[in-house]
Design a protein around this ligand. Structure first.
Ligand code: C2O
Ligand code: CU
Ligand code: CU
Length: 480
């Protein structure tokens, strides 16, 4: 199919710069001149917010436009957008639009795709999102701390035609390590956490506050966009008395399906869009439970039904499927195949797994240095100039990556600039035609995924448990 799709988009959006030059090639029947460029301004700065709710102390955070999460950016599929970022922090930053297939110069990785934005400086990101869906944005400089102190927001790309639902809701979930005084605990980059599960927190928030009940009406059809914006916490959500249908994973539409046991598994950085027909009883309350960790299940929030009459007498017919995005389908017969082996971390009983054979490329950015590796190489930190790519692909090639988790820990592995077609998990085909930018691997899992290397640049592939990334679970794949 359109293997050069991204390249066209990238050249165009680089040229755009306010000129209203929205060429239409590859984008269907758009008018020759898209009138508006959507522009958002976001400033990263210290702020004080009420994460814990009324009658609790406020928390000092770092935030976009003073709020946690930052403003929800709403772009339109195939239409140019600009995000103007002001850095009012006392340190360098960047903004990465997670999951968007954009040109490398807009990817926000310091030293690799751009120079960091210095304190007091401004940078304008400009691109045309080819895919509709649920994405998000966060810094990619000093990521563990900047993101851990609150810098993150949701980025929604709307479909060209509106989707037939009653309400479109976003739940941006985050996880904080807070004292009862509301203060964020220090100690980012603790080595013991880095070699284990990462910095899990003590307080989960929904759209920036400890969750309160969520009002719903009987009979309505809701599109709920779930975003796991935690540093390290995995989540598995169950909606008591309801049957959510997954319609998109990581922004990309799939064949609609109900998850096993109604459990929505969300590793850090993952998104799931579900359609829920609200078939509960008016006036009743239904728990939404997160039971990912054995013995630590808790009620995240409750759906609380209005007393009023249902908005429609019967449930709507049939599951709703979202229009496909223009992703190039990899050719599995000609694809080149590579193993990506995840290594390191604590193996249990106080033993570090051997990182033997590690051959250089250690750039320790934290106390204790590297704890993880990919194919025997540890790239630490947030990305630095001069990191050589692990693999280089000719543009247009189809590629199959077999990602093998040899460690004792879960890893949500995220790839920039592309979306991965998930083929098999531990040898079994993955159904429902799922594309993901963040592929969750349980300990010892092997997942095969495929993509067309159509977006030129140096793209990070890293674990989105931020402690793991900065301690070595990161690499670069180059599309020539
Ligand atoms: Cu969510 Cu490398 O990023
Ligand atoms: Cu990303
Ligand atoms: Cu990890």
């Amino acid at each position: 199919m359109r293997t050069d799709f991204n390249c066209r988009v990238s050249r165009r959006s680089l040229l755009l710069a306010g000129a209203g030059l929205a060429a239409t090639a590859g984008l269907g029947s758009r008018p020759a001149f898209a009138a508006n460029i959507r522009e958002y301004k976001i400033a990263a700065a210290p702020a004080r917010v009420g994460l814990l709710g009324e009658n609790h102390p406020e928390t000092d955070v770092w935030a976009y436009n003073g709020s946690v999460p930052g403003p929800t950016l709403r772009l339109r599929q195939g239409e140019p957008a600009r995000i103007v970022v002001d850095n009012r922090l006392a340190q360098d930053t960047t903004v990465h639009c997670h999951g968007i297939r954009l040109p490398i110069g807009m990817d926000g990785v310091p030293g690799i795709s751009q120079a960091p934005i210095k304190p007091g400086e401004r940078f304008t990101y400009g691109f045309t999102p080819p895919d509709a869906g649920t994405f998000w944005y966060h810094p990619h400089a000093n990521s563990l701390e900047q993101f851990g102190r609150g810098l993150a927001g949701v980025l929604i790309v709307d479909e060209r035609e509106p989707v037939a639902i009653d309400r479109d809701l976003v739940w941006m979930l985050a996880d904080w390590r807070l004292g009862s005084d509301g203060v964020i605990a220090a100690g980012f980059g603790n080595h013991m956490e880095a070699v284990m599960a990462g910095r899990t927190g003590s307080t989960v928030t929904l759209n920036g506050a400890v969750p309160i009940d969520q009002p719903v009406r009987a009979g309505e059809r809701i599109r709920l966009r779930l975003v796991n914006g935690a540093l390290a916490r995995l989540m598995a959500l169950r909606f008591e008395g309801h049957r959510p249908v997954i319609v998109a994973v990581d922004g990309q539409p799939c064949e609609p399906f109900e998850p096993d046991n109604g459990r929505l598994l969300l590793g850090p950085a993952m998104r799931i869009d579900v359609i829920i027909d609200m078939q509960g009883e008016p006036g009743r309350r239904y728990a939404v439970v997160d039971d990912f960790y054995d013995g630590l299940s808790y009620t995240l929030t409750n759906l609380i039904y209005d007393q009023g009459v249902p908005v429609r007498p019967h449930a709507l017919d049939g599951p709703l499927s979202l229009p496909r995005n223009p992703l190039p389908e990899p050719d599995l017969t000609t694809a080149e195949r590579h193993d990506i082996v995840l290594q390191g971390g604590m193996m249990g009983a106080g033993m570090m797994s051997g990182l033997g054979g590690m051959n250089g490329m250690m750039t320790p950015g934290m106390d204790g240095g590297a704890a993880w590796a990919i194919n025997d190489i540890s790239m630490t930190g947030d990305g630095q100039a001069g990191m050589p790519p692990l693999l280089t692909f000719q543009r247009g090639r189809s590629v199959v990556l077999s990602i093998r988790n040899q460690t004792a820990w879960w890893h949500p592995m995220h790839f920039h600039g592309h979306s991965l077609r998930v083929l098999n998990r531990n040898g079994a085909p993955v159904p429902h035609h799922q594309w993901q930018d963040t592929v969750l691997l349980a300990p010892k899992d092997t997942v095969d995924c495929a993509f067309v290397a159509d977006n030129p640049g140096d793209w990070m592939l890293h674990c989105h448990v931020m402690d793991h990334q900065v301690a070595g679970l990161m690499t670069i794949l180059r599309v020539a």
